[in-house]
Design a protein around this ligand. Structure first.
Ligand code: ZN
Length: 98
């Protein structure tokens, strides 16, 4: 979680799904239709393959799912409510010297 908190201003950084990598843990939802209702359940898994904006996510004992990059959330990343409560960090990104 601390990865997303800015040390300079104490606000949270917006998670950036363009930086997702193989091995990252993500959450996503799965909709299952039963009768006229759709049950949505939340799942978490590990990214095992990336093909452009298509992520293959392996869920323990749950198989593999393919999701669009924009439709997953990073585990530990602040959600919308957190961002609203604490504010979003707008500090310029400073790369630490290698
Ligand atoms: Zn900041």
């Amino acid at each position: 979680m601390s990865d997303y908190k800015c040390e300079a201003c104490g606000k949270y950084k917006k998670p950036d799904n363009s930086e997702l990598q193989i091995g990252d843990e993500v959450g996503f939802s799965v909709g299952k239709q039963s009768g006229r209702t759709i049950r949505v359940s939340a799942k978490e898994g590990l990214i095992t393959a990336i093909d452009g904006d298509r992520l293959t996510i392996h869920v323990k004992r749950g198989g593999d799912y393919v999701r669009q990059r924009a439709h997953v959330t990073q585990i530990g990343a602040p959600n919308g409510i957190t961002l609203e409560l604490f504010g979003v960090c707008l500090c310029p990104v400073v790369k630490a010297p290698a």
